[in-house]
Design a protein around this ligand. Structure first.
Ligand SMILES: *Cc1c(COP(=O)(O)O)cnc(C)c1O
Length: 347
């Protein structure tokens, strides 16, 4: 059955768990959670959640209530929190106990209290100016009477360890911890875990690096690649010197060459930035992308793999730091853009 699917996303379950364990060890005494929003960064949230829960992860995060609903029943002993909090239309799901809201605004706090309160998390903005109460709002008494499970904030520049905002956010969050009661405090995302033990508090919230993202030198050689697209060669052709390839004829052959047409394009998250930059791999052999990536098709140079035939499969070089460099896309964009057309195959 799998053999009939022209594009697969090969997902390395051992690497996924090993990455989480490495981040958990780096988190020291703090529990290590997992952000599984955006369908587990494109890999498939249900399967990611099941595997990480089996490895001991207890604290999961999604962005929206729709994502919480899509997860269905959570594994025994785990909790799920919804980062976007509780909008008016979310109240029914939140009251049904599907997950814990992460309250972000005074209006959300009031809404949750008026609906009867109950366990919740609270996001405080310590300098990113994205979601969250201001430190003043958090310390104003607004939260009195709420059962705050986790008080959290989010780092804006954790992937730039030397950035001064990291320490300013750490100081602001440490001050909040003295004044706003909660059962647990949480600040660090993936890169934040590598900033130092004082960033871990009680709970860390990695996402990207669980899925193979490498943003800081500490992670090099330790965080393993999890996702590898594997796609079929739909056609093999010989082209001659002077022939061009693809839309707008941006590649012209200097000599006769053998090229392959892949079942892969920007509708599969292989965006146009890979045009003339990306590469497929046949084992160790690199097969460069020729010309423009189109919606469903990409052409590669088969010079290094003369044995390949129509119907064979190649993997796409999707090492995240390298693919990010090739395409100009962030490692987050690469994963979350992968889309629905792959058959996701876990090993
Ligand atoms: C997405 C997200 C995370 C995970 O961040 P990564 O950079 O992917 O590790 C943690 N906390 C919050 C609030 C987030 O939105």
């Amino acid at each position: 059955m799998i053999a009939d699917v022209p594009s697969r996303l090969l997902l390395d379950g051992d690497a996924l768990v090993a990455n989480w364990r490495w981040l958990a060890a780096k988190s020291g005494q703090a529990r290590c959670g997992a952000a599984i929003k955006a369908d587990g960064y494109g890999l498939g949230a249900i399967e990611v959640c099941r595997r990480l829960a089996a490895a001991g992860c207890r604290d999961f995060f999604v962005a929206t209530w729709a994502e919480a609903l899509a997860l269905g029943r959570m594994p025994q002993g785990t909790t799920l929190s919804v980062l976007h909090g509780v909008r008016g239309g979310d109240l029914a799901h939140a009251r049904a106990g599907l997950a814990r809201p992460i309250l972000n605004t005074p209006a959300q706090v009031v809404r949750w209290k008026e609906a009867g309160g109950g366990p919740c998390d609270v996001m405080v903005d310590t300098g990113m100016n994205r979601l969250g109460l201001s430190p003043q709002e958090a310390a104003s008494g607004l939260l009195d009477g709420l059962m705050v499970e986790t008080l959290m904030s989010h780092l804006a520049c954790a992937d730039e360890p030397a950035h001064a905002l990291n320490r300013r956010q750490l100081q602001a969050f440490s001050a909040l911890r003295q004044t706003v009661p909660a059962n647990a405090y949480s600040l660090a995302n993936s890169a934040g875990i590598c900033l130092g033990a004082d960033y871990a508090f009680d709970l860390t919230r990695p996402g990207l690096s669980i899925y193979g993202g490498v943003q800081v030198p500490d992670m090099e050689g330790r965080i393993r690649q999890v996702a590898r697209p594997e796609v079929e060669l739909l056609q093999v052709r010989e082209i001659s010197a002077g022939d061009s390839v693809g839309y707008n004829a941006t590649f012209t052959a200097e000599r006769s060459m053998r090229v392959g047409v892949l079942n892969l394009g920007y509708a599969d998250g292989y965006l146009r930035g890979f045009s003339g930059q990306g590469r497929a791999l046949a084992g160790e052999r690199a097969l460069p992308v020729l010309g423009r990536v189109s919606m469903d098709l990409t052409v590669i140079d088969l010079a290094a793999a003369p044995d390949l035939r129509e119907g064979d499969h190649v993997t796409i070089d999707f090492d995240l730091p390298r693919a990010s460099h090739q395409s100009g896309l962030s490692q987050y964009e690469l994963l979350t853009g992968l889309g629905r057309r792959y058959h996701r195959v876990w090993s």
